[in-house]
Design a protein around this ligand. Structure first.
Ligand code: SF4
Ligand code: FES
Length: 577
């Protein structure tokens, strides 16, 4: 394999790779602003310049400086075998200092109030490559703050004109809303007159902006980024399987960001996924179990609700309806529970929402389009795969027909949809069987339920989703269960324990208690971790092993596992006051 040496580190590379890609992969830091692997390469910020030497075949392969020893952009230079690159030579360092000084001339000193502080490469590179003091005595050029679209603000005087945002709208989304207006130090990024930055993947420009110029209205002043922890997640709203970071603090979600996966979402996510998590902290979350008494649903303790639920479910013949928003592990645990109540229990999948058609965006650097899926559920294929392996999975329409014809006496019904899902047709069909509803939000389905058990959203559980291309991907729990809810998997474990005659123990979920720790400088926990009676704690990884033992070997071999929880590390030491 060909090799290149960058700042003394020898790296192997594939033909066609650029010097900067090889350095990024090998962990050799070369400062960069305008370069992004998902965009074209204009080589315009000039901070990545290095001295490059290569063997000259016309001179016995002796190492000679390229371009007569001029500095070259490492982002635009293809690596060749035997190349030697220096970005820490006196010449390269002098260039880095000059570029930093130039970029900071008109940059405001507003880091303390800037949302990007803590994840700003201008801030980071200014420490590492800039001068320690400014020589600029003149008046800085002031630029306006503007609204670019429904989700994005621009603070123009922070912009360093890397043009990543402009290239994104021209190349990736193909919508071209952004442009550079003006010249020299009066240049600013703007939208064309009368056109808002409102395409379906527009907010990726916020992540692309290396400074705090493009800001997320939704996250503006919401949280200092060094307090955030991020947990690897999977798109919980559509069948895309897009990889995401769920960023949270003290038991609350603050934002969702794309997580790079070259095979699926590349570097991007849709705005639908980015902003679609608000239902997690919605006012209408089911907070406590409910059970019907004299025709009215009243709040209940978990043990009494479990007793009432088992009584209703034993009325049989039983049907289990698993929502396509549940994980594969939960489908497996609920199916096992249903079979332990009624060995001939039938299985069906809940309604799978669709909206319009798949939407494709060009995304040329990735060599494949970025697609927003019309199927608005993350795990219809996974739930079907599990229920089929456990005896068959009817579609929701067939299940409703079975209810109407009196073949079903009791239903264990799961919701977990981000918005209202029960239609009048569904409610009419479910009038005669006894219904135990497990759901996250209060909605119409309550009206036909004997018992309602509050459950957790995607952020409050771990598990596996199968995307529209049949790829199984696991994700981790980000925040503790809200209010008195439990994951559907935990509810299945609790009911199985009761059926087996075990006592439920009053204790907090171990994982949930650990992630609302206190850190210096933080406000106290926003979420209370509640002690609730529980059976054996639900563990998605352990359930996958059981699923593989039960013949579903894909769950042992084919599940892509996520990285663990990461904390965005502050550069400064935090002190307790
Ligand atoms: S707004 Fe941000 S991404 Fe766009 S050119 Fe300026 S610095 Fe670059
Ligand atoms: S990153 Fe190479 S010139 Fe900007």
């Amino acid at each position: 394999m060909p090799t290149i040496t960058i700042n003394g580190v020898r790296c192997e590379f594939e033909k066609g790779e650029r010097v900067i890609d090889i350095a990024n992969r090998a962990g050799v830091e070369i400062p960069q602003y305008c370069y992004h692997p998902g965009l074209s390469v204009p080589a315009q910020c000039r901070i990545c310049l290095g001295e490059i030497h290569a063997p000259n075949p016309r001179n016995d392969n002796k190492l000679e400086p390229l371009m007569g020893g001029k500095l070259l952009p490492t982002c635009a230079t293809e690596a060749t075998d035997g190349m030697v690159v220096y970005t820490k030579s006196p010449k390269a360092i002098a260039n880095q200092k000059a570029v930093m000084e130039f970029l900071l001339i008109n940059h405001p000193l507003d880091c303390p109030v800037c949302d990007q502080a803590g994840e700003c490469t201008l801030q980071d590179f200014s420490y590492r490559y800039g001068r320690s003091a400014s020589r600029f005595q003149e008046q800085k050029v002031k630029q306006p703050k503007k609204n670019l679209g429904p989700n994005v603000l621009i603070y123009s005087d922070r912009c360093i004109m890397c043009t990543r945002c402009v290239r994104f709208t021209r190349e990736v989304s193909g919508t071209g809303e952004l442009m550079i207006d003006g010249r020299g130090n009066k240049s600013q990024i703007d939208v064309f007159p009368g056109i808002a930055l409102a395409n379906d993947i527009a907010s990726n420009v916020i992540d692309l902006c290396p400074v705090g110029a493009l800001l997320d209205k939704d996250f503006l002043f919401a949280q200092r980024v060094w307090f955030l922890k991020r947990t690897a997640g999977i798109d919980p709203l559509t069948s895309s399987g897009d990889n995401i970071w769920v960023e949270h603090n003290q038991g609350r979600l603050y934002r969702i960001k794309p997580r790079e996966n070259k095979n699926i979402n590349t570097w991007w996510i849709s705005d639908e996924v980015r902003y679609g998590w608000k239902f997690v902290h919605a006012e209408n979350r089911q907070r406590t179990p409910l059970r019907r008494q004299h025709g009215t649903l009243v709040e209940s303790e978990w043990p009494a609700a479990y007793r009432a639920a088992l009584e209703a479910l034993r009325a049989g013949p039983l049907a289990l309806v698993v929502s396509p928003f549940l994980t594969c592990e939960e489908a497996f645990s609920l199916a096992r529970l249903a079979r332990s109540i009624d060995p001939s229990a039938r299985f069906a999948m809940g309604p799978v929402p669709f909206s319009g058609e798949d939407k494709c965006f060009p995304n040329p650097a990735a060599g494949k389009p970025f697609v927003i899926r019309a199927e608005k559920a993350p795990n219809a294929r996974g739930v079907k795969r599990v229920l089929d392996a456990m005896g068959g999975c009817a579609d929701f329409g067939t299940f409703l027909d079975q209810c109407r014809s009196g073949q079903i006496g009791a239903v264990l019904l799961t919701g977990n949809y981000p918005s209202e899902w029960a239609t009048q047709d569904t409610l009419d069909a479910l009038k005669s069987p006894k219904v135990v509803l497990i759901d996250t939000h209060s909605g119409h389905a309550e009206s036909i339920a004997q018992v309602v058990l509050p459950s957790g959203t995607f952020a409050e559980k771990a598990g596996t989703y199968e995307n529209c291309d049949g790829i199984l991907q696991a994700f981790e729990q980000a925040i503790p269960n809200q209010h008195e809810s439990k994951s559907e998997g935990q509810i299945a474990n609790d009911l199985m324990a009761i059926i087996a005659g075990q006592r439920l123990e009053e204790h907090p979920p171990e994982f949930g208690a650990a992630i609302v720790d206190e850190q210096p400088g933080q406000v106290p926990a926003a979420t209370e971790v509640v002690n609730l009676p529980r059976g054996p704690l639900f563990n998605a990884a352990a359930v996958r092993v059981e699923m593989a033992d039960a013949g579903m070997v894909a769950f042992a071999n084919d599940v892509a596992l996520p990285p663990g929880i990461e904390q965005i590390e502050p550069d400064m030491q935090m002190v307790e006051l």
